[in-house]
Design a protein around this ligand. Sequence first.
Ligand code: C2E
Ligand code: MG
Ligand code: MG
Length: 597
Amino acid sequence: MSYSVCDHREEVRLDALYQLSLLDTSPSESFDRITRMASQIFGLPVAAVSLTDRDRQWFKSRVGIDHWSIPRDTAPCAQVATTTQPLVIEDFQTDPYYADSVLGRAGTRFYAGAPLVTRDGHGLGALCVLGMEPRRASPAELAALVDLAAMVMAQIELQHAFGRIDPVSGLPTRSQFHDDLIDLARDRPGEPRLAVVVDLARDDQISRIARAMGGARVDEMIRESSRALRNALGSARPAYHVGAAQFAFLSPPGVEHAAYQQELRAGFAAIRASSSVRFVTNVAIGLRPFTLGDVSADDVLRGAASAAQDARSIDGAIALYSPSNDIAHRRQYALLRDFGAALDAGDQLRLEYQPRIELTTGRCIGAEALLRWRHPRLGEVSPGEFIPIIEQTSLARPTTQWVLDAAMSQLADWSHKGRDIAVSVNISAANFSEDDLIERIQLGLLKRGLRSDRLEIELTESAIMAQPDRALAMLHELAAAGICLAIDDFGTGHSSLAYLQRLPARVVKIDQAFIRNLTGAAGPDFVLVETMIGLAHKLGFRVVAEGIETAEAAAVLTRLGCEEAQGFWFARPMEPAPFVQWITDRQQQGQLSSRAA
Ligand code: C2E
Ligand code: MG
Ligand code: MG
């Protein structure tokens, strides 16, 4: 038999049905209540929302029926689906076609069905009622059945739109982008295109705006930006809402990269000029060239988003996809994704302790606790790599809490064993916004019976300068609680003298960048360090130099009156047991050498 127009129409109809992903899904009250109404209106015990699959009628909703499906062959609902017309069978026994059908043989005498029709005119099946006695359907009953069938369709469309249209922007979502890209690749395989991702702001900027001005304000900004974008693109090319504050669209076919980049830049400048939204002044745009059919929708979007991330750090805020940057972003993303699990794992995180040496006596008077992460797949990851990533997320709080708990427990353990060591802990700028931070520290100390002056908190100068007022308030609270404070990475954060003077910190730690090449010769580093130490002393700070790698640097710093030092020349960061062993060895050596002297 040849393939007929009829067969083609049926294939298209089935395709429409399958696209809705309704078959074999669970029953749902939103459909059942319509089915119950149909049964009540007719005063009949059996009613169903019946969908016409290739060879079965499958019931999305049913009243008075035990099974989920019946064969499609000679089912009246199949006729309703293919004709998209209502059907009434007043008496199966007198109907030449249906008398011998599955339903007819099972004793059904009456049937009324109204078609379930999509907007495109495809019949999916029927809303039907069945009776065991012959009967008529009044025009009013039939009209009600048709109305109820329309309600079933509205429900189907609602469920289908859910997750495909973003409720805030009204734009199609990431999953719609995914489906549309598959369709486009089928229509135009091999065609080169550019995917564009427009990133309105970083996630942490969004949450900051939400905190400061409320979530409704963020929604409003998203709406205004999406409207501007939709207007700029016109109706032929859709914009998609693919992330919290991220939109995507495709270039028209056949554009040249550089020219299109120029066009986008001009377009966004125009949007920016006409918009009241402060937001869109922060946009970053990423472009990802790809070939339709060669790359998955997820890869296209991720690549363009990775380019948008690059765009944040360059002028003009527009960047073309770079595979090597993408690898870096992917690693950052993986680290961020896995760090939450690391906090719970119990065996991935640990602290190492780097001794702090009093330069005049050579004694170890404390240690800095430094976080270490052994990733199950990637191995050791440096805090220099993962801290800046997690600091920008909500993980900053549990991370600092983990470090504080581990350090305080270690302090308590040493204190029980009669070792008097002070420990300093690094905290992030993000921790400033935690109202209960100081309370949590105090509680932790109290619980373990520790003196508050055994714990020192280190904050980098640049973290302090990023929120100077907030930092000052928090540092005063910490100082009032008797906790020592150190300004870390001193010399890199552009703080003013006037501001430094107001800080209730006791210690500044000169950044290792100034110490690394320090020699006795009066080079530029020497002059800088000499000036810094002098200044810090005048302001009443105790000075710690970080990153001492040579005996010469240690000697110079001692000469310049620097109180303490930390660096590989003395010791690398160590786990607790080797750290204690190191102190013991050093004490013994000290006794030996003083005896020898
Ligand atoms: P930082 O607080 O300035 O810590 C000093 C860093 O210098 C440590 O690197 C230490 O191992 C390294 N270091 C010490 N002496 C020398 C030396 O002589 N030469 C050289 N080249 N390096 C030396 P680490 O452990 O890799 O930590 C890097 C940064 O990560 C830290 O800088 C700190 O900003 C951050 N960090 C580490 N642990 C934590 C933590 O628990 N919480 C937070 N918020 N940040 C942390
Ligand atoms: Mg530090
Ligand atoms: Mg430092």
